[in-house]
Design a protein around this ligand. Sequence first.
Ligand SMILES: [Zn+2]
Length: 300
Amino acid sequence: MRDAINLPDLIKEFGDDESCRRYIEALRWRKGVTCPRCDKPATAIANRFQYDCDACHYQFSVTSGTIFHDTHLPLTKWFLATYLLCESKKGMSACQIQRTLGISYKTAWYLCHRIRAAMLEVAPEKLEGTVEIDETYVAGKKRRWRAKNEPQVVIGIRQRNGDLRLIRAKDAKSATVREIINANVGGHVEVILTDESAIYPWALDNMQKSKHKTINHSREYAHGDVHTNTVESAFSLLKRGIVGTWHKVSAKHLPAYLDEMCFRFNNRKNQFLFRDTLIRLILSPNLEYKDLTAKAENAA
Ligand SMILES: [Zn+2]
């Protein structure tokens, strides 16, 4: 099967449960089926999509121990949702997934969160080379019981011709921004570009300061190579995504949306994105609906 895939091909190739199961089998066990309990080889049971462990005789299916297990949702819909979330440049809301797949809102919401969690970079590498840093403000979802609607601070860090990080900050103070920069910018960084905001001279350490160049936005947008245009273009994509697709994001879910945006952006040239996201879904720990809602409520 070709790995870069369009929607008609997806529907043709994964239009039924059996072909989805075959694909999960191939992605999950590249060197032959092994038992999830004892890791020994297992044999397929004819006509049942089940396997029997040669050693301990535990019987399991291709979805056992994965997030696909125990969901009442057909695998074909899991595949479609994963594809849609990977392919849409600005993301898709749970409402859109609900309508497109003809499922309940609750199911669509759960699905979107699970796929987003799988998209999360486990241990992102630090950014090097030429790095642009900028901050922006995102309006949160209006809460009836909350008098004030504090905008959320998002710090964007982009390596030229490389990866993007979008991080929600608790405020735009130098100490907060310093922590975020140190967690995301590596020791071999060559140039750090920001605007003339007063945050950065205080947020950068001495090594970083020696590499710091600024652009005065009231005068010009670029001075030769000195500009923050590539991180700003990521911000405009983020804002179009939030306004156009998600219709304002509640503060507690903002980090998950930022992670999703970054994942999609950093994989923009990855023609195997659908396959890679499926692999992450297969290997990711199972997060049940009740855990997910509890986590969201605790974070509120
Ligand atoms: Zn076994």
